[in-house]
Design a protein around this ligand. Structure first.
Ligand SMILES: [Zn+2]
Length: 182
């Protein structure tokens, strides 16, 4: 599962890189590249921000996890492209399960962020609500949280229960063994 998500995330990063490369007005090679018309520049900048933050968040998290428990072999330099996901998996492979779940949850959150940025509305709906365990989550962009639409699922203040992406990602990663057992 972890490998699959890493592959999904890597494919997503590759897609973003291609999009961003296509945005460049002039060619790097001999022939001029056809200029692509992007009517939605703010969105592309959001994607660029996301690409940059994905890399830095993964490196930061990985380094923090390794601080007390460095790997037996020297840590290779983190790659610039989509290989960053595999890099973080490889250099934390010796860590206990719960530490690796921290790294997985960060990577998975970045995948969810990217799907939301690119308009994938199913990204959230395919996850169970961490409270009621129903497939009842809807993404609310205004508050940047998923809201549970089950009537009886609410917080201590009586509001519909709300979840940040990091909470959904954490729940997804940590509930995996239970799902396997079921
Ligand atoms: Zn719920």
């Amino acid at each position: 599962m972890g490998d699959q998500e890493s592959a999904t995330a890597a494919a997503g990063m590759r897609y973003l890189r291609e999009e961003l490369t296509a945005m460049r007005p002039r060619a790097i090679g001999n022939k001029p590249r056809a200029t692509r018309v992007h009517g939605d520049l703010p969105c592309d900048l959001d994607l660029l921000d996301h690409l940059v933050s994905t890399r830095s968040d993964l490196i930061e998290t990985t380094r923090a996890l390794l601080a007390d428990n460095p790997p037996p072999t020297p840590i290779p330099r983190p790659p610039v492209g989509e290989g960053i996901f595999q890099w973080s998996i490889d250099v934390t492979a010796h860590l206990p399960e719960e530490k690796q779940q921290v790294r997985e949850a960060i990577a998975y959150r970045k995948v969810l962020e990217q799907k939301i940025l690119t308009g994938d509305r199913r990204a959230i709906r395919t996850h169970r609500c961490p409270a009621c365990r129903c497939y009842s989550l809807m993404w609310r962009a205004v508050i940047e949280r998923a809201v549970c639409i089950q009537d009886e699922c609410h917080d201590e203040l009586g509001r519909a229960s709300q979840w940040e992406l990091k909470q959904i990602a954490h729940h997804h990663v940590t509930s995996r063994p239970q799902r396997a057992a079921n």
